[in-house]
Design a protein around this ligand. Structure first.
Ligand SMILES: *Cc1c(COP(=O)(O)O)cnc(C)c1O
Length: 227
């Protein structure tokens, strides 16, 4: 993945909004800082970026508790799978959780939200490619999970997907948009470094861009089991 840097990504995002006749500034850029060295993250903070995505709860805590003391206004989004036993730490750290994919997790998040009197926004993650190794509920399970999460008073912001690698992502973006539409949701978390412009053309409201901003990650993040 080519590294373009924050400025170039912002320019491309604005151009994609304009091409899709979207309101300027309506697409949220989540800078995915997982596994990136701290000096790269600091440079992006210094350039004014304040919304960041992380895929593991403990790693995010270790990094962001000190950085938040230094930089005001940081918002964190969890984009990796969430184990129920890390839900408490997650709701304290993150303003949005993009990976709600099962009823048990919805129940835990709702209980924590009630205790605290507030909740992160949630996105229901849908495994649009039906990949066995990938998190997310199956497409046919999404309506019921959205309905249950709402019944539990969770603030459901929208749907999220990660299309299968090496496939045209556009049919997946469209499937997600249609599912969101018939659930009365307008939040769509879709699009990464290689396809965020295509995602914006299909209605993305939140794009999750890592390597194109920060550069290649040193190693693949650990298997998606231990958020
Ligand atoms: C790592 C990751 C991203 C960012 O991927 P890039 O290709 O580096 O932009 C986006 N979404 C999720 C869920 C991720 O795990």
């Amino acid at each position: 993945m080519e590294t373009l840097g924050l400025e170039a990504i912002r320019d491309r995002l604005s151009a994609a909004e304009a091409r899709a006749a979207r309101t300027p500034g309506s697409v949220t850029l989540i800078a995915v800082s997982k596994v990136q060295p701290e000096e790269r993250v600091r440079a992006v903070l210094a350039a004014g970026q304040r919304i960041f995505g992380e895929n593991r709860v403990q790693e995010a805590q270790a990094r962001w508790e000190p950085l938040r003391a230094e930089f005001a206004g940081v918002g964190l989004h969890l984009i990796g799978p969430l184990q129920t036993n890390k839900a408490r730490a997650a709701v304290e750290l993150f303003g949005a959780i993009h990976t709600l994919d099962r009823l048990r997790l919805a129940e835990t998040l709702a209980r924590l939200a009630q205790e605290r009197g507030r909740s992160p926004e949630v996105f229901v993650q849908v495994n649009t490619g039906r990949e066995p190794q990938k998190a997310g509920c199956l497409p046919e399970e999404a309506d019921a999970l959205v309905a249950r999460a709402r019944a539990l008073d969770l603030p459901v912001r929208g749907l999220m997907c990660i299309p299968p690698e090496g496939e045209d992502p556009v049919p997946h973006f469209r499937m997600l948009r249609d599912m969101a539409g018939h659930n009365g949701l307008d939040g769509l978390s879709m699009g990464m470094s290689g396809d965020f412009e295509a995602a914006i053309a299909e209605g993305a409201t939140h794009v999750r861009v890592g390597s194109a901003i920060f550069g290649a990650r040193a190693s693949a993040p650990p298997a998606a089991t231990g958020a």
